[in-house]
Design a protein around this ligand. Sequence first.
Ligand SMILES: [Fe+2]
Length: 203
Amino acid sequence: MADTHIHADHLSRSRLLAHLEAAELFLPTQDRAQYPFRPVADGDRIAFGSTALVAMRTPGHTEESTTYLLDTTAALTGDTLFLNGVGRPDLDGGTRQELASRARLLHRSVSRLLQLPKEAEVFPGHVSEPTPFDGRMLGTTVGTIRDTLALARLDSAAFVQAVLARIPPDPPNHLRIVELNVHGEFPGDPSELEAGANRCAIA
Ligand SMILES: [Fe+2]
């Protein structure tokens, strides 16, 4: 069980799932999570079956945000790169300067991801539209993102400016959600805390 970062817009089920499946829980190296986990650093391999996921540290949305690569054929990008947007850099708080430096890191991370082969699949942590549950995976390709995401074509300074200008309203309850995720707690009925649209993406 591997998670990409400390989430701010929904309660992570990763600790619970790892427990139910008696599986190890891998989280990016950081000092926020207050429960046991196997730390994952840039370049670490998580072997499973006949293959492995390789961790690529992709900071920006959060400092610890990590993408998991399956060879160069697929990237599990968490909230760093969405189907039609990038992650917002502000939910961990901070001054305007700190947000700008996180946005710069995000630009570098997104640029690295978009250097993968154009056929490589991108599977983000979630999407902003309601999901159709039609049996199709929610993914796209690096080539499609390169062609359709205008933000991806900006240089670092223009990207930072655009991202900071387009930050959406905070997700409801995000401070409480982060606190629960940092402590690995999961209340019986999370529906009220998690209500509302996904506001993690900037397009
Ligand atoms: Fe997130």
